[in-house]
Design a binder for this molecule. Structure first.
Ligand SMILES: *Cc1c(COP(=O)(O)O)cnc(C)c1O
Length: 444
């Protein structure tokens, strides 16, 4: 399998290179060179397959022999070991629940797959690979759980002291084994600066093998396409045209849907739903891309002012149509297959309450934004369709907000409740880079 950089299509990398580098040297993003439709026989047999089996076949199709079947099977089946049920909430709208993994958010799919793929490419290396991550909350939890107990890989997570929720902190600091949490006396930006400095420190890099688990890594994107197949399988091949609504921040989830569509999955349309951070909906509306600083909202995992995967989206539409990214024709092509909608916190709270009362279904704030987008889209459109909302996180992850909105207490799944009593273990550190460096040199 070959990948290219969105900044320069002639800059190529192997899958292993793309996975370990995360970003190409020219600061573009890696994309698979060839994404062709899966064979007809696959779609014929799909209804009898598990999500892991579909995932395995998708990877085999994309990777083109880069990884032998037996190993690939182990990677995919190991990563995709929890379900993604499709739950009907009214005749036209269903919810695809992506929160049944260890950290209760869809990021588990990407993190678990990336961990196994890295471990595979790292095999035979005598020296451990150290994954360095700075987190402001959720990413750290998915990465910690995803890489937990992975052979040959150590994880070091930096988080700002007192600036992540109690639950998020527990997700980082209670696993143990190969996961170490560093509690930094500073901000998220300080944590990120320390990690960045480590990557440009040649002396450190000559002694310790470090890599990142950045969200733009192609190995996090590919497995996110699996659950689109799983949704179509559950909806049935004779379903009315399928429209996927994706509550979005960095737009990785939606980009994975575009890849699935390119592989031949029958998706008729996408809905991009955002909170007040609406750069992409306003681009779809006006053709003008105006990134800026993010604003804080209730659906905070979508508080992104300059979505990192936007480059991949324009690249896909430019490429499909033989056009340059950000040309008017790319915009028109994108506009015809993606509709954008944005909503504020007050509407989001109202939707969360309303869906709970009328459909007896509890959404989280990110899902509630998506629900509003589906309602608007159905109102505007005359065609019949089956709208599938990707529910990106479990509502209990946002317990204080959800309980305030409902005015009632909610149930917490066992695996989340258990964390409350688990013992925190973290190393305290100042924002001095040398402290991080000494820590890494003395341990790895
Ligand atoms: C990360 C995240 C999102 C945004 O996903 P993108 O792929 O960045 O668009 C939405 N909801 C939740 C709960 C998330 O954790």
């Amino acid at each position: 399998m070959q990948l290219y950089s969105t900044n320069n299509p002639s800059l190529r990398a192997s899958l292993a290179e793309a996975v370990f580098q995360a970003l190409p040297p020219d600061r573009g993003l890696y994309m698979p060179l060839e994404v062709s439709p899966l064979p007809k026989s696959f779609f014929g047999a799909m209804t009898k397959m598990s999500m892991a089996e579909m995932g395995f076949r998708v990877c085999r199709h994309l990777f083109k022999g880069t990884i032998p079947d037996d190993d690939l099977e182990e990677i995919v089946y190991g990563a995709i070991n929890f379900p993604a049920p499709l739950v009907e909430i009214d005749g036209q709208i269903s919810v695809l629940e992506l929160f049944h993994g260890p950290s209760l958010a869809f990021k588990d799919f990407g993190a678990r797959f990336m961990a196994r793929l890295m471990s595979y490419f790292n095999r035979g290396n005598q020296q451990d690979l150290v994954i360095l991550v700075a987190t402001s909350g959720d990413t750290g939890g998915a990465v910690a759980a995803g890489f937990y107990d992975t052979p040959g890989i150590e994880v070091v997570i930096l988080y700002p002291s007192g600036k992540v929720s109690l639950l998020q902190e527990k997700q980082l600091t209670t696993l143990g084994k190969n996961v170490k949490a560093l509690e930094i006396d500073g901000t998220f930006d300080d944590c990120q600066a320390m990690v960045k400095q480590a990557f440009v420190d040649n002396e450190l890099r000559s002694k310790v093998r470090i890599s990142s688990a950045n969200s733009i890594n192609i190995s996090r994107l590919i497995p996110q396409s699996f659950y689109y197949f799983e949704a179509v399988r559950q909806a049935g091949m004779d379903s009315p045209p399928l429209v996927f609504c994706v509550p979005s921040g960095n737009f990785g989830n939606l980009t994975a849907g575009l890849l699935a569509q390119k592989m031949g999955l029958p998706i008729s349309h996408f809905i991009a739903a955002t909170n007040s951070n609406d750069v992409v909906p306003s681009y779809l509306e006006s053709g003008k891309y105006n990134p800026g600083p993010s604003t804080s909202t209730l659906s905070n995992a979508m508080d992104v002012g300059n979505p990192s995967n936007f480059m991949r989206m324009t690249d896909l539409y430019g490429q499909i149509n033989g056009l340059d990214p950000l040309k008017e024709s790319t915009w028109q092509a994108m506009q015809s297959s993606i509709s954008g909608y944005a909503f504020g916190d007050a509407e989001t709270e109202d939707a969360l309450r309303r869906v709970y009362l009328t459909h007896d279904y509890l959404l989280d704030p990110h899902g509630a934004v998506g629900y509003l987008a589906i309602e608007d889209h159905l109102r505007k459109s005359e065609k019949s369709m089956h709208a599938i909302l990707l529910e990106t996180a479990h509502p209990a992850k946002f317990k204080p907000d959800v309980e305030r909105i409902l005015g009632a207490s909610i149930a917490v799944p066992e695996r989340l409740a258990r964390l409350a009593d688990a013992k925190k273990e973290a190393f305290s550190m100042s924002t001095e880079y040398t402290e991080l460096k000494d820590f890494l040199l003395s341990r790895y």
